[in-house]
Ligand binder design. Structure first.
Ligand code: F6P
Ligand code: MN
Length: 350
């Protein structure tokens, strides 16, 4: 796909990918379905308050979060579009169990139809995330399509509904970005081969949780805050957009590291983010762009889910920064060795 010209339409790029590898034909249909659902969602988001109260509250979702109008709308648009594609099952953040669409179809999709819900209704960027896997469920193992490692994903992508709407995509041969051409209602290739810089100076974390974080993350962020005077030897900047896709897009474009670690709040031992429809697709996109994604100790793509809404600590971004965080987890960084003193002299006292 990387050899196509900038400005090519998504459908032409998918046709070229299928011509090069006919085994991608069904995957391409699923991606086209996700893209068409995303354009519908983008249109509503683009109208903002003129489209009504996008944040109007409804029922609770699988996590006990109150669903907003846009959560439900995006879930319905995506699942409806996927019903017309070769998709057997969908695991959606907005549905408690696996949804059966087309029994016997070859692919299964995990989706977060509307990521970054707290940004709905305040004109901030939100997104949609999807990971496409081979169908592997059986009557004896109904979750089978979703319990394999992320390495099984055939393709993954996310859409950011920001100042521009963009689709970041991998079919396992690099990561590309397409930007929505609103005048024509099509995605066009704008970044044929994304490469995340290996070393960067920007981190993203919800600092209000500092007192709850796992010790390695406390030690790492404390050292980021010490800047050029600390062991990391450089000054950092911080960005936190409150929407995973937006932070991921920034990391893809200009590098940096994102952290949502486990913490000691009730229910947050494995962080907040979901393995199947947040961490695994983003890890696939990151790796295909030369970046890394870990839970602290393990590569995200090697982790298997045992339930569809399972959470996982997530650290991704520039390869050197992710490797550095891994050293804090492994206790191999000199700074991590200071952790017993953390509460006495750390900036982020526990
Ligand atoms: O989907 C979960 C999510 O909205 C992510 O998009 C975002 O990164 C995270 O939650 C924000 O969580 P918190 O409100 O704890 O900062
Ligand atoms: Mn989400």
């Amino acid at each position: 796909m990387g050899s196509l010209e900038i400005g090519s339409r998504l459908d032409a790029c998918l046709t070229a990918a299928v011509a090069a590898d006919p085994g991608l034909a069904d995957v391409a249909k699923v991606i086209a379905a996700c893209a068409s659902a995303a354009i519908e969602v983008s249109t509503v988001i683009g109208r903002g308050a003129l489209a009504g109260d996008l944040a109007a509250q409804g029922e609770q979702n699988s996590d006990g979060d109150v669903q907003k109008f846009l959560d439900v709308f995006a879930h319905e648009r995506f699942t409806e579009a996927l019903r017309g594609a070769p998709v057997s099952e969908v695991a959606s953040e907005e549905a408690e169990g696996v949804m059966l669409l087309n029994p016997g179809a070859p692919l299964a999709v995990a989706i977060d139809p509307l990521d970054g819900s707290s940004n709905i209704g305040v004109n901030m960027a939100v997104g949609s995330i999807f990971g496409i896997r081979p169908t592997a469920s059986t009557p004896e193992n109904p979750l089978g399509s979703f319990t394999g490692p992320g390495t099984l994903q055939r393709a993954a992508g996310f859409v950011t509904y920001g100042p521009a709407t963009s689709l970041v995509l991998t079919l396992g041969d690099g990561t590309q970005t397409y930007t929505l051409d609103r005048a024509e209602g099509v995605f066009r290739l704008t970044h044929p081969r994304m490469e995340v810089v290996a070393s960067a100076k920007e981190y993203a974390i919800n600092a209000s949780n500092a007192r709850h974080w796992d010790t390695p993350v406390k030690a790492y962020i404390e050292d980021c805050l010490r800047g050029a005077e600390g062991p990391l030897d450089k000054d950092f900047n911080m960005r936190w957009l409150g929407s995973l896709v937006s932070d991921a897009q920034r990391v893809l474009l200009r590098g940096g590291v994102f952290l949502y670690p486990g913490d000691n709040r009730k229910g947050y031992a494995q962080g907040r983010l979901r393995l199947l429809y947040e961490a695994a697709p983003i890890a696939f996109l990151m790796e295909q762009a030369g970046a890394g994604a870990i839970d602290g100790e393990r590569r995200i793509l090697d982790i298997c889910a045992s339930a569809i809404h399972e959470r996982v600590p997530l650290i991704f971004g520039s390869a050197d920064e992710v490797a550095c965080v891994a050293k804090y987890y492994g206790g191999r960084n000199s700074a991590a060795g200071r952790s017993p003193l953390f509460g006495q002299r750390g900036l982020m006292r526990s």
